[in-house]
Design a protein around this ligand. Structure first.
Ligand SMILES: Cc1cc2nc3c(=O)[nH]c(=O)nc-3n(C[C@H](O)[C@H](O)[C@H](O)COP(=O)(O)OP(=O)(O)OC[C@H]3O[C@@H](n4cnc5c(N)ncnc54)[C@H](O)[C@@H]3O)c2cc1C
Length: 565
């Protein structure tokens, strides 16, 4: 059997390696348009920032490794330009010479990825404007940064030497994870960085109130954000700089511009071959990675996946799913019964000393599809036992089914061990766990690592309290009409007050019950929701109608007070 794989990075390379491990007899040809296979595109922003010093570190396995260890015929600088599914042939063009040859296949795997979106804006091809997808892209950015301005700004008055104005201003267009990661790395390289984003938030998969925390954090670390503003075009400016013009009429001068406007599935070949393309513009496959043609498979960023939670078609460009899909395609070609479970979009981004991570559905996705059978909680547990040095709060939002407690999604951010909480939640979600399972999860604990009630347990306990009726819950959007009871200590009110709330600190509540109404619902507030829960329990047991305000003052976008901890 002869298998041809188009695209030699995440999905393609993992497919080739897995297929060889499963079958020594199969003939494998992997073609890659670019100069490298199996490179670490996830590391590119850190190469730009200089954290990864050597370009060679990005090359995880080179073509020779594939040839010698896996007996894969690797052709770099080789572009697939046409497929004849009926004849089972593929046309390959040598990028250097232009020569086109035709190869036959028994099975074909497409893993062409998703190139960066590059809209035809005026001036987009000016020098100094870059995108970041490949090693040559990253190299070009580093060279531009390190060589100084190409344009000389004149003679120094005193020394008579020519002076070069250093590059100091960067504009990053797009607030997704590639844009933010690259922006952070440019901050590390001492650029004044402005990030321009068309939406009213960064990191679109997050719900806006969680994104606000990240926005405040990156601003505290020196990044400027221009949200709600799209780029309209670019104009050359003095000394080789570029003026970035936005739709709101603003101009941002820049010595370097990074375009990170998202990615779009590469379906050029798939369309030529007549394969079915989905409504979102990705190649359609079944759960065994088979396209509409039984001998052609597609993996990675180029195809539409089923969202694991909502069941909707979705475009998810992530390295983990691409690698798993590559393995599954190899399994199926080798005669195994593997199936892809759909993608949860589990992601993490590191920013300065912190991280934001998420898995599963967001509240806005559930709202968009009209799903009303869900509840949300906010919690702000410490990353490990508060008495052990270095504990940091984690802001968590967890979504679950009201009807059966099934976990639907989670978002978390903070400066310590966010990843392990979201990874645990991601695994739980994939296993169909409920919030009752999270309550019972037995997780690692010693004071430097966690708490006897780990944040994951804690999330389960809070959510289960809500579902069992022990903690009726409310949210800020219904706070206006209710009787608000603030159970924080008076000293905390100096930082911020809940408008219109009556303050009775938790410790004094039992003595002041006579001051509270019995004919109205009482909404109980504290800083994070924990004391409000205790107060709610007192009130409910004393016959009051009471609800805890989820996440307390912190869920009211108290961004500064969260990060101050
Ligand atoms: C800067 C950056 C940072 C990222 N960081 C993360 C991260 O932290 N975490 C994460 O999960 N994901 C991250 N990703 C996304 C992740 O890299 C992708 O999801 C993953 O690489 C997709 O794998 P793929 O095989 O579908 O496509 P790719 O890895 O993009 O590989 C596709 C390859 O196919 C080649 N190709 C296309 N068409 C042809 C053709 N006709 N003939 C021959 N070759 C062709 C292309 O040249 C390309 O090299 C990042 C991506 C980028 C660009």
């Amino acid at each position: 059997m002869k298998v041809i794989i188009v695209g030699g990075v995440a999905g393609g390379a993992s497919c080739a390696a897995r297929l060889r491990r499963l079958d020594e007899r199969v003939e494998i040809l992997m073609v890659e348009r670019g100069p490298y296979v199996s490179y670490a595109n996830c590391g590119l922003p850190y190469y730009v920032g200089g954290i990864i010093e050597k370009e060679s570190s990005l090359l995880v396995a080179d073509a020779n490794t594939f040839r010698s260890q896996f007996a894969v015929d690797v052709r770099t600088g080789c572009e697939a330009v046409g497929i004849s599914p009926d004849k089972k042939t593929i046309d390959l063009r040598n990028v250097a010479t232009g020569e086109v040859t035709t190869e036959s296949y028994d099975k074909l795997v497409l893993s062409p990825g998703a190139p960066s979106v590059r809209p035809p804006l005026p001036g987009i091809d000016l020098p100094g404007i870059f995108q970041l997808r490949t090693v040559p892209d990253a190299r070009a950015i580093r060279e531009w940064i390190e060589q100084g301005s190409l344009f000389l700004s004149g003679m120094d008055r005193y020394s008579g030497f020519q002076t070069v104005r250093p590059k100091t201003r960067a504009v990053v267009v797009g607030g997704g994870f590639i844009g933010l990661e690259t922006a952070e790395n440019l901050v590390h390289r001492r650029f004044e960085v402005t990030l321009v984003e068309m939406l009213d938030q960064v990191l679109a998969p997050l719900d806006p109130e969680m994104a606000r925390l990240i926005e405040a954090y990156v601003e505290q670390h020196g990044m400027r954000l221009a949200l709600n503003d799209g780029v309209a075009g670019f104009k050359p400016a003095a000394n080789g700089a570029v003026d970035v013009l936005t739709k709101s009429g603003k101009t941002y001068p820049a010595d370097i511009v990074i375009l990170a406007l998202g990615v779009r599935p590469d379906t050029v070949l798939a369309k030529k071959a007549g394969l079915t393309i989905g409504d979102l513009g990705g190649i359609r496959v079944d759960d065994q990675m088979r396209t509409s043609h039984p001998d052609i498979f597609a993996v990675g960023d180029a195809f539409e996946v089923r969202d694991f939670v909502t069941g909707e078609w979705s475009l998810i460009a992530l390295a983990g799913p691409a690698n798993r899909q590559g393995r599954i395609a190899a399994d199926v070609i080798a005669g195994r019964e593997s199936r892809f479970r759909g993608s949860q979009g589990t992601s993490i981004i590191g920013l300065f000393n912190g991280a934001a991570a998420w898995t599963g559905a967001s509240e806005k996705t559930l709202n968009r599809i009209g799903d009303t059978d869900f509840e949300k909680i906010y919690l702000y547990p410490n990353s490990h036992a508060g008495y052990y040095p270095g504990a940091k709060p984690i802001a968590m939002k967890v979504l679950f089914r009201k009807s059966d407690g099934r976990l639907l999604g989670a978002q978390a951010l903070g400066e310590d061990n966010v990843d392990k909480r979201v990874s645990a939640l991601a695994m739980a979600l994939q296993m169909g766990a409920t919030v009752y399972d999270l309550e019972e999860a037995e997780l690692c604990y010693a004071p430097q690592f966690g708490s006897a009630k780990d944040p994951v347990n804690f999330a389960g306990m809070v959510a289960a309290d809500v579902l069992r009726g022990d903690m009726p819950l409310s949210h800020w959007d219904s706070a206006e009409k209710a009787f608000l009871l603030d159970v924080r200590d008076p000293v905390e009110l100096a930082v911020e007050q809940a408008p219109g709330a009556v303050n009775i600190p938790l410790g004094q509540l039992r003595a002041h019950l006579g001051e509270l109404p019995r004919d109205r619902e009482i909404l109980v507030i504290c800083r994070s929701g924990q004391r409000a829960y205790s107060a709610t329990r007192i009130l409910l047991q004393k016959g009051f109608k009471a609800r805890t305000l989820a996440g307390g003052m912190l869920s009211r976008a108290q961004v500064e007070t969260f990060w101050e901890n």
